[in-house]
Design a protein around this ligand. Structure first.
Ligand code: SAH
Ligand code: SF4
Ligand code: F3S
Length: 447
């Protein structure tokens, strides 16, 4: 039974974005340093943790179903501790213990370190921690992959997108000091990390709240990371189109480690809807950014996020989204049905789009995005691309899986080890995946 061994065991389920992946690695690192051991089965854990997301209703309902299982496990063994962290916890902070009395500890995204405090106190009585107090950067991390690391450069968001719950759950934007970030990334490099992903809700607004003596723009930060020995790939997510300046775009052309991929969330192709969303750019400004990217870094992969069925969206507005998606030709896109979120302005707007219309619009958009992504991917066929090996292919374990700088997954025949950079000749491409075979030095034949 759960408490029959001396060493306490924990299980973490992570929902949501890379921020949460990052935070969960910190939670795990912290629990390991408290002497806990991670287990693969929730039923075998003394401490059941959830790191939650609330971005769309589907995220909430998925999590609530999991929480039901934790309730059952806790009723079987009341010694078990159930903890809920992350954005959902933050967004229901006033009601979490009322609605879910079996939860022992709840904490917001800025409160991971409090979990240790909670677990080491003498008696465990239910507690919630919700004030942002600091970055988990100082906490130990248990990285999923030895050669890849997340680095949180900022927390929170100062934008006011009418549909989005994140400013409520993660608060105002706070940037970490550049010196601290560089030291953390140097530490990661010394520990074998070759690819870092810089994380923030709006990464390219980085630096604006720093003291004058330390003021560093996002482009300058990228330059400093690029010069760290051992860091061979830099990714970041997400930039906001309104802050995507030419210096960052140029950095993609100039910095050898900066990956050939930009995720530039469009949300809608209609200037009228963008205004209602309060995105602060219009269709033309977005397209100008894309043109600038194509000019400086022609081969750069572009991906995006699109919301369908924002309140007031007409068939004409949606047709404009299709036009922009067609014109840009994304390498990939996440498409979402608008989901009204508690406390957001969009949820209270009177002109909600009926669900059937949202679903109807989704279909041609997904088809178009896939078609354009498939076409775009053909440019890799016949080329030899550098691939960072991640492990065995998910569909065929006799093959390997990795990613190219453009963030496309490649399944290939080869002999590389996870964490190695290898050359792969690309022989086929679908909208999401490439395939090929590794070019071994000894077998390179003249062509
Ligand atoms: N800070 C990031 C994205 C955070 S959320 C950025 O601005 O790019 C990731 C994506 O979820 C958003 O880009 C948006 O497309 C989608 N999203 C956010 N709120 C949503 C909602 N209420 N309904 C549907 N999709 C939403
Ligand atoms: Fe949400 Fe907009 Fe901030 Fe992104 S930029 S986190 S969509 S409020
Ligand atoms: Fe979800 Fe919070 Fe990320 S709401 S998408 S986990 S910032």
């Amino acid at each position: 039974m759960a408490q029959s061994t001396l060493q306490k065991r924990y299980h973490v389920t992570t929902f949501g974005c890379q921020m949460n992946e990052h935070d969960s690695e910190r939670m795990k690192g912290m629990l390991d340093s408290l002497g806990y051991e991670e287990v693969a089965e929730r039923g075998a854990a003394d401490l059941i943790l959830f790191n939650t997301c609330s971005i769309r209703e589907s995220a909430d309902s998925r999590f609530i179903a999991h929480l039901g299982e934790a309730k059952r496990l806790k009723s079987e063994d009341p010694q078990r501790v159930v903890g809920v962290g992350g954005c959902w916890a933050q967004s229901v902070k006033d009601e979490v213990f009322e609605r879910f009395p079996f939860v022992d500890v709840a904490f917001g995204p800025g409160q991971i370190h409090r979990l240790a405090e909670f677990l080491t106190q003498d008696s465990l009585s239910a507690q919630g921690y919700f004030e942002f107090e600091g970055f988990p950067g100082h906490l130990p991390a248990k990285r999923e992959r030895r050669f890849q690391g997340w680095v949180q450069i900022s927390v929170g968001c100062n934008c006011a997108c009418a549909y989005c719950i994140v400013p409520q759950t993660r608060g105002r934007e706070v940037n970490r000091r550049p010196g601290e970030l560089i030291a953390e990334i140097e530490g990661l490099a010394a520990d074998g990390v070759r690819e870092v992903t810089l994380l923030g809700q709006n990464v390219n607004s980085y630096g604006r709240d720093l003291p004058a003596a330390e003021r560093t723009t996002f482009a300058e930060l990228l330059g400093r990371v690029d010069s760290i020995p051992g860091i061979e790939r830099i990714r970041y997510t997400s930039p906001h189109p309104k802050d995507m300046r030419e210096d960052v775009i140029r950095a993609h052309a100039e910095l050898p480690a900066l990956c050939a991929h930009i995720h530039l969330p469009l949300q809608s192709g209609s200037s009228r809807i963008l205004k209602a969303m309060r995105r602060t750019y219009n269709r033309q400004r977005y397209l100008d950014r894309v043109a600038q990217i194509r000019e400086h870094v022609p081969d750069c992969a572009l991906t995006t996020d699109i919301i369908v069925g924002f309140p007031g969206e007409t068939d004409e507005d949606f047709a404009e989204t299709l036009e922009v998606a067609d014109q840009v030709g994304y390498d990939g896109a996440f498409t979402f049905i608008f989901s009204p979120r508690r406390g957001t302005d969009a949820a209270a707007m009177p002109n909600q789009v009926p669900h059937a219309a949202k679903r109807r619009r989704m279909e041609p958009l997904v088809a178009l995005v896939q078609e354009r992504a498939r076409e775009r991917a053909q440019r890799f066929v016949g080329r030899t691309m550098e691939v960072l090996v991640e492990g065995p292919s998910r569909t065929d374990p006799s093959r390997l899986r990795g990613r190219i700088s453009h963030n496309k997954t490649v399944n290939f025949e080869g002999a590389g080890q996870p964490g190695e950079l290898v050359d792969v000749e690309i022989t086929a491409a679908t909208s999401t995946t490439l395939s090929g075979h590794q070019r071994l030095l000894s077998s390179v034949s003249p062509r």
